[in-house]
Design a protein around this ligand. Structure first.
Ligand SMILES: Nc1ncnc2c1ncn2[C@@H]1O[C@H](COP(=O)(O)OP(=O)(O)OP(=O)(O)O)[C@@H](O)[C@H]1O
Length: 239
């Protein structure tokens, strides 16, 4: 990756509601354009169903646009095949979801090591990287704990350690604090802000929480978002 700029160009995303029908289409994005620069922490907001999660999936190579280009770090990823995309995601993207998706049978340490199975690192290097990621999220002392022995906030910290363990430049977070109380949510948001400021991660975070958006360096509200294609100017609503 030359940089970690994120560019969506003339994105069209249409879902087919039912396979046997042509008039049953949901147009989620129509000629949608977006540019997020390296090092930004963007909160993506807007009413339910406006396509926020869809955008995260497109940026992270979990889904493809119906038409248009997804360019990440100068590389057009929408033309990659599934195995190329799996490799690309492992190298470049960390995902954090509302529910942590930790495997209950594995310790925190083993959960964090999991994404490294796709890399060339050997067992002791994988252990070392996972331990570093766990200490970065202040969970080193819980490495041997199983998810059920952790609080919700601690589980989300471990999920963040798993997202950053392969040192991706981009973190994509879908409602990362949706299941947490205010105090715990603020701790997780401070951690994301630290990963952005001190470790240079570009972060795109979908959220409904106005307080969460305050941690971001930029807010993009899909409801009021307009993009002037000719001037390449983005005008987004600030809170
Ligand atoms: N796999 C799918 N098949 C069909 N329709 C889908 C699919 N995924 C999403 N949609 C539709 O696309 C629209 C946008 O969904 P998306 O989840 O991106 O919205 P959102 O803004 O993230 O919503 P929320 O805030 O409720 O999470 C919705 O109308 C949804 O029903």
């Amino acid at each position: 990756m030359m940089n970690n700029n994120i560019e969506l160009k003339a994105i069209n995303k249409t879902y087919q509601k039912s396979k046997n029908s042509t008039d049953n289409q949901v147009v989620v994005h129509d000629n949608f354009n977006l540019k997020i620069n390296s090092g930004e922490f963007v909160a993506l907001m807007g009413p339910s169903g406006m396509g926020k999660s869809t955008l995260l999936h497109l940026i992270g190579g979990l889904d493809k646009p119906t038409s248009g280009q997804v360019i990440i770090g100068g590389e057009q990823i929408n033309n990659l095949n599934e195995s190329q995309l799996t490799r690309w995601r492992a190298d470049n993207i960390g995902f954090v979801f509302q529910s942590h998706h930790l495997l209950p049978v594995l310790t925190a340490q083993a959960n964090v090591e999991l994404p490294l199975a796709l890399t060339h690192l050997n067992k002791s290097q994988r252990k070392h990287h996972a331990a570093t990621a766990l200490s970065l999220v202040s969970m080193a002392d819980r490495a041997k704990h199983f998810p059920k022995e952790l609080s919700g906030g601690q589980e989300q910290r471990v999920a963040i350690a798993r997202a950053i363990v392969s040192d991706p430049k981009i973190l994509l977070c879908d409602e990362p604090t949706g299941n947490l109380d205010r105090k715990t949510a603020d701790e997780i948001l401070s951690l994301l802000a630290k990963l952005n400021k001190e470790y240079g991660k570009t972060i795109v975070m979908v959220t409904h929480d106005l307080k969460a958006a305050e941690y971001a360096s930029k807010v993009i509200n899909l409801e009021t978002y307009t993009y002037d294609l000719k001037a390449h100017n983005v005008q987004e609503a600030r809170l």
